[in-house]
Design a protein around this ligand. Structure first.
Ligand code: A2P
Length: 317
């Protein structure tokens, strides 16, 4: 399994388990199965609404000796409704309390979008706060404080464009160490990947399998299904593996972390085993040719019903 090595020497297993959309009642069992299968990297977030159950599963895993805390990497994320300086510490405390942990390995600013306190998803313009009201640098200052306090061993961002990442990189005391973004052969973000590499920032690929279980509100007519893309299927046949494994191996070979989500033991094992697959350059080249700049998670949720955020200023495209 490839690992990403941070400047302080900490190592992150490239393949982690995604928990977005893992339903309460299901996610705890998935965590135990994943840890038993050998996963040591878990990707969580307060907004996924399942951290409490994940925390119970972690306690069970520690007690049964399946894994030790120090062998495990847990990522979580600050939700958009807690971007003000005074809201950040309480937010991580809630996550730590739910996950029943003393520290988070990596804590990320989930979106460069600010909502009013208590608002999970916006319904009207009053639910938003602008980035003039709460600059990203203010939020980042709060993240740095969490790092200083030892509550987050590493800090980073998610859904940040090159421009927004650079804005922080040029001004931050502690540079963001990770940007978690949507990445797959239909959204390769080669410029962002190159920029991040040059600056020593890692990327984590979310929705690497195309998130076919995403909520209906995030589906559009004619959306592709990555697992059915002919090139992906052909490569899987040639490599005697599955299309999901091709997508995961592709992400790992590009030097990113990747967090496929599953709640099924067989798929969990299959996805982790993709870390052992080496795609030859002829297959990497074919996959490189698939880029369409297509987002499954297009950020539309943040670009409606408010005067502050548009798709253009969200992605800086
Ligand atoms: P399930 O959780 O039922 O296994 P993403 O990681 O891009 O968000 O995609 C998650 C979706 O992909 C879920 O619907 C998940 O289903 C499915 N999935 C996960 N692993 C595999 C696999 N190896 N083969 C097919 N589908 C998979």
């Amino acid at each position: 399994m490839r690992k990403l090595t941070f400047t302080n020497g900490d190592q992150l297993a490239a393949i982690g388990l995604g928990t977005w959309k893992s339903a309460p009642g299901e996610v705890g069992r998935a965590i135990i199965s994943a840890l038993e299968a050998g996963y040591r990297h878990l990707d969580c977030a307060a907004i996924y609404g399942n951290e409490d159950e994940i925390g119970d599963a972690l306690q069970e895993a520690f007690q049964k000796g399946i894994v030790k805390r120090e062998e495990l990497w847990v990522t979580s994320k600050l939700w958009n409704n807690s971007h003000a300086r005074s809201e950040i510490l309480p937010a991580i405390r809630k996550t730590l309390n739910d996950l029943k942990l003393d520290y988070i390995d990596l804590y990320l600013v989930h979106w460069p979008v600010a909502l009013q306190p208590g608002v999970a998803f916006p319904k009207s313009k009053d639910d938003f706060r602008s980035l003039e009201q709460i600059p990203l640098l203010e939020t980042w200052g709060g993240m740095e404080e969490l790092h200083k306090k030892g509550l987050a061993r590493h800090i980073g961002v998610s859904n940040f464009s090159i421009r927004k990442l650079n804005h922080l990189l040029e001004r931050a005391e502690h540079a963001p160490e990770m940007n978690q973004v949507e990445l797959h052969p239909y959204l390769q973000q080669k410029d962002l990947l190159q920029f991040a590499k040059n600056k020593g920032v890692f990327l984590t690929a979310y929705s690497p399998l195309g998130s076919r279980d995403r909520p209906e509100r995030l589906k559009k007519e004619g959306d592709p299904d990555l697992l059915d893309v002919p090139v992906v299927v052909e490569i899987a046949e040639d490599m005697d593996c599955t299309p999901a494994q091709v997508l995961i191996a592709w992400a790992v070979q590009r030097g990113t972390a990747v967090i496929p989500k599953s709640t099924h033991p067989k798929r969990l094992r299959e996805n982790l085993a993709a870390g052992e697959i080496e795609l030859p350059s002829r297959h990497m080249d074919r996959l490189a040719g698939l880029d369409k700049h297509f987002r499954f998670i297009d950020g539309g949720t943040w670009a409606e019903n408010n005067p502050y955020y548009t798709l253009a200023n969200l992605w800086d495209e």
